[in-house]
Every structure is written in C-alpha cells, then in structure tokens.
Ligand binder design. Structure first.
Ligand code: PEP
Ligand code: MG
Length: 547
C-alpha cells in the first residue's frame, strides 16, 4: 500500500472528508469547427443561448445564494461586451470556437495577471474572477461542440487547479466529498459556496499528485490534504488550526456604548448595565435606571434548537430587547453552548465539558449555526446600538475567524437587499490564557470580564461544585491581580473593559472594582438597587434616580 503523503495549502472551508480523487479534466480544446462567417456567428449565438438556458435551469433549482452567482454568470453572457471581441474575430475569418476561446483567454489572462487569481486572499467574494470567465468559456465551448457537462462521482474529492462554480452547483454533495485545489482562492465564489454547504475545501496546494480513484483526505480546517491517508489519519478528528487566520487584523469599530462616555456628566463613573437571561427579565428592568444592557445570555433567550436555528427568531428576540431599551446600547453575547449549557438537539450538555468545545469553540465547530446567529445580530444592529460579545475566547484567531464570518454574512445580506449593520465584536475575558495576552486582541472592540468562569479556571475549581467552593472563593486575590493586568492591557489598547460576572454584584467588592478603573459593571436587574446604592456612595454627585 502506498505511504501517506501530506500537502499543505490554505483552509477555504472547514471540515474533513476522505474520498477517491476525481481529477478535473482539461478544458475542451477549441476546434475551430462550427463554420466561418455568418455560420460561425449563428453557431456562437446559439451556443450562448444554450448556455444561458442551462444556467437558468440550474438557477431555478438552486438556493438563493447559489442562484445569485448563476444569475451573475447569465448577465455576463447576455452582456454584449463579453461577446464583442469574439464576434470581431469571427468577422476577421476565425471559426466560432477558436474565436470565442481566444477572445475569453485574452480577458482571463488580463484578470489572472491582475494578481488575485491563485492567491488565498480574503477579498470581496463578489468580484468577477478569472475562474468565473473560464467557467463560462467551457460551458459555451461544450455547447458549441454539442457536449453535455460531465458530473463526477458522488463522494469523490474534486482535484484541479480551480473549480468552476457551476461544476460545484451541478454536483450532488449529499454523499460527502471535498475539494482540493492547486490554485484557487479562499474568497472565490466556489469557496463561498463550499462554506455555505459545509463541503471541506483546501486551496493553494500547488501541484498535487494523485490519479483518479486514489484515496485523498482533505482537511479544510487545517488547510491540509493527505494522499493515501492511513486508517488513523482518516479517522482522527480535525484539530482546529487557526494560525492562518491570525492576520490580517482589520481595524474595528468602537463598542456601541463608547459614545456614552463623552456624553456622561460624570466621566469617571463606570457605566451601570443590566444582565438579561430571559425576555421576562425585561419586565423587571426600568431602562431609565441603567446606561444599557451589558450582557444578554442568548443561550437562555432561545429555548430550543428550532429557535436557535431560526434567523427570524433571533432577530425578533433581539428587537424586543432593543425596543425595551429605547436607544440605549445593548451587548448581545453569542450562544455560550457546550459545557453545562445544553440546548437539546444541538448539544446535550456535559458539566465535565467546561474545558471542551464550549462558547466560541462550539460556534466555530458549527459554522451553520454561527452564521444564522450572526445574520440575526447583523439585522438587529440596523435597529439600535448593538455590540456583540463572544464567549470563551482563548486565542485571537478565534476572534479573527468570527470577524471574518460576520464580514461574509454582512456582505451576503447586503447583496440580498436585507437591511443590516456589521456590529462591533468584543470578547468575554474568562479564560486565563486570553486574560494574560489581552494585548494581542487588538481586533476586539471591547472587553467584558466573565468573573464567574475566570475564577473557576484560575482556581481549577468548578463554579457549581460545593466541595471546592472555598477554593473558588479563595482565588479572589489571584482574580484581582489578574483584573489589574486586564484593565492595564485594555487601557493600553484603548479599548473599554467592563465586568459582567457575579463579582460586579457584590457590594463589598465595588470599591476595589472601581479602583481598577473598569468602564462598566453589569448585573442582573434585581441586583441593580444594591449596586446603584454602592455606586452612589462613591459618586455622591450623581443625580437621584440615575446611577
Ligand atoms: C461569567 O462567566 O462571568 C459570565 C458572565 O458568563 P456566564 O456566567 O454566562 O458563564
Ligand atoms: Mg462565562
């Protein structure tokens, strides 16, 4: 049996799959047949009509996003500008196929020379790329030659230099399979489609060997391919390799609550925010007595898998909160599922899993769910000042991955004509590794300390285990030392930092928390009166009725 051989590329769509190689065929050689002069012109026009007809048929069966890409190809074919150079060549005596192939080759060369093709870029996915023109070229040449496009076997791994979007769309992916490209781009149409359909894909693999039928493993999370994987490699789950996502780090928008500072009559007073767990909490929250909402635990707001998988439901509950707050800023935390937080149908919960696939780790492992929530959040942000908080972040790469996902969904919504606004993303500081490396999180718009989890991870004492409760409580000294570092790092980055764990609701701790220079404290509505009283003592100049 052949030995395994590894190849490194760029991750374009996460997940892993093993299947027999299907090597993409060479493009059809233009024959120059189909006549000259007026014959050739008529033959080319008929082939273009046939290609348009095929694309319309594909588009009618496709989901809205795929249909958008196919409609874009139809528009290109119907646009006289694309055909004009080919018709000019026919006018000069060339045959239809040669004229069309050569005319498109000129345009393809021009685009490929522009630098985008073949590179794993994170650019705008909705730009015309050389591969789109090649796709059209092959389709029209097939039509001219009277050939029908051959699909490839279900479950196979498509191996080629690049993949035309229409080949992806015509294929049935329900039996699995994957894509391994020698060139390609992470921002191409086909990469976008692969991510949306959950098809593992790696680009930039270079000259990948392997004949049709040989087994190939594609690990779209790590950006790797392995020819002839052994049984262990084929079975082992994919460990996320987030390194390729570490750069670039785009500038971020400020948190939705930052403008409050400038407007505050007492600029050094920390903001007083409420934590919300359910919509019923709104009944107990008078928006006049808070500066906004510092934490919405969306995993408690959406009470079933069906709700969590409904973009409309996300939007509806977020709008309820925004409407109640009447213009005050609202920080919505993405689903903190996994560990002890269950959502039957999505995760059954496992108290021992608090060190496992929880929070943002769970979301990145379930990108379809994350995309649904991101779309709900982006749409909600069009209706009020929304910031989005990511739970259980450990590495900057996790934030970068989620930021990319938000960027992509914001672009998709815009293309679909749906109102939205890309909200600023901040992180929960509740994993010691993140707390100690906050200086590396320049991509975060703000920070919110989750003292409940930070304390349990610092003390290695579960927050809900009475047997180790004294250790949990005893870690307070360590906690305050770390809070000092967190606040200093946030200040150095110029980002606001608040605290939304139960520590903020302990009146005895308020003095020490204020001394740290925290920008905000966020507590459950019923804990607000005590916190307001403690803050009032520190800021006697506050007007009555206001925190
Ligand atoms: C925390 O960990 O402090 C926090 C606010 O998040 P949760 O309690 O939901 O884990
Ligand atoms: Mg937490």
């Amino acid at each position: 049996m052949a030995a395994p051989r590894d190849f490194r590329g760029h991750p374009a769509s996460p997940g892993r799959a093993v299947g027999p190689v299907h090597r993409a065929g060479e493009p059809p050689a233009p024959s120059g047949l189909a006549g000259n002069g007026s014959d050739a012109r008529a033959a080319l026009e008929a082939a273009v009509s046939r290609a348009v007809h095929e694309l319309r048929e594909l588009s009618a069966r496709a989901d809205p996003e795929s249909a958008g890409i196919l409609d874009f190809q139809i528009e290109l074919l119907l646009d006289g500008e694309l055909l004009a150079p080919a018709l000019a060549r026919i006018g000069a005596g060339e045959g239809a196929a040669l004229a069309f192939a050569a005319a498109l080759n000129d345009q393809i060369d021009e685009m490929a020379g522009g630098g985008g093709e073949g590179e794993a870029t994170h650019g705008d996915p909705f730009v015309l790329r050389a591969v789109d023109l090649m796709d059209l070229q092959h389709r029209v040449l097939d039509a001219l030659a009277g050939r029908t496009r051959a699909d490839f076997p279900p479950g196979a791994v498509y191996v080629g230099r690049d993949m035309p979007p229409s080949v992806f769309l015509a294929h049935d992916w329900s039996s699995g399979g994957a894509i391994a490209l020698g060139a390609g781009s992470t921002a191409s149409h086909v990469a976008l489609l692969a991510r949306a359909r959950g098809v593992p894909m790696v680009v930039g693999l270079g000259a990948l060997p392997g004949e049709t039928g040989e087994p190939l493993l594609v690990d779209g999370t790590r950006g790797m391919a392995c020819l002839h994987p052994d049984a262990r490699q084929a079975a082992s789950p994919s460990a996320p390799d987030l390194a390729p996502l570490l750069s670039p780090v785009p500038a971020c928008e400020p948190a939705a609550w930052e403008p409050l500072r400038a407007a505050s009559a007492v600029p050094d007073r920390p903001f007083l925010f409420a934590n919300l767990d359910t919509l019923a909490d709104l009944d107990t929250l008078d928006p006049a007595v808070v500066d906004g909402v510092g934490l919405v635990r969306t995993e408690f707001l959406l009470t079933s898998a069906a709700e969590a998988l409904s973009e409309e439901r996300h939007l509806a509950v977020y709008r309820r909160v925004l409407d109640h707050l009447a213009g005050k800023p609202v920080t919505l935390r993405m689903l903190d599922l996994g560990g002890d937080k269950a959502l039957p149908g999505l995760t059954e919960g496992d108290p021992a899993g608090v060190l496992g696939t929880r929070g943002v780790r769970f979301l990145l492992a379930h990108p379809d769910l994350a995309r649904i929530q991101a779309r709900g959040l982006i749409r909600a942000a069009a209706h009020g000042p929304v910031s989005v908080l990511l739970p259980m972040v450990t590495l900057p790469a996790e934030l970068a991955a989620m930021a990319l996902l938000f960027d992509e969904e914001a672009v998709r919504l815009a293309r679909q004509g749906i109102e939205g606004r890309r909200p600023p993303l901040g992180i929960m500081v509740e994993v010691p590794a993140a707390a100690l490396t906050l200086d590396l999180f320049g991509q975060a718009a703000f920070f919110s300390v989750g003292s409940n989890d930070l304390m349990q991870y610092l003390a290695a004492a579960a927050r809900d285990n009475p047997a180790v409760a004294p250790l949990y409580a005893g870690a307070e000294t360590a906690m305050f030392r770390l809070l000092d570092l967190i606040c200093a790092a946030a200040r150095a980055l110029g980002r606001p930092v608040s605290l939304c764990g139960d520590l903020a609701a302990e009146p005895a701790a308020v003095g020490r928390l204020l001394a740290l220079g925290l920008d905000g404290l966020s507590v459950a509505p019923r804990r607000l009166p005590a916190l307001r009283a403690a803050l009032g003592a520190a800021f006697p100049a506050l007007p009555p009725g206001r925190a």
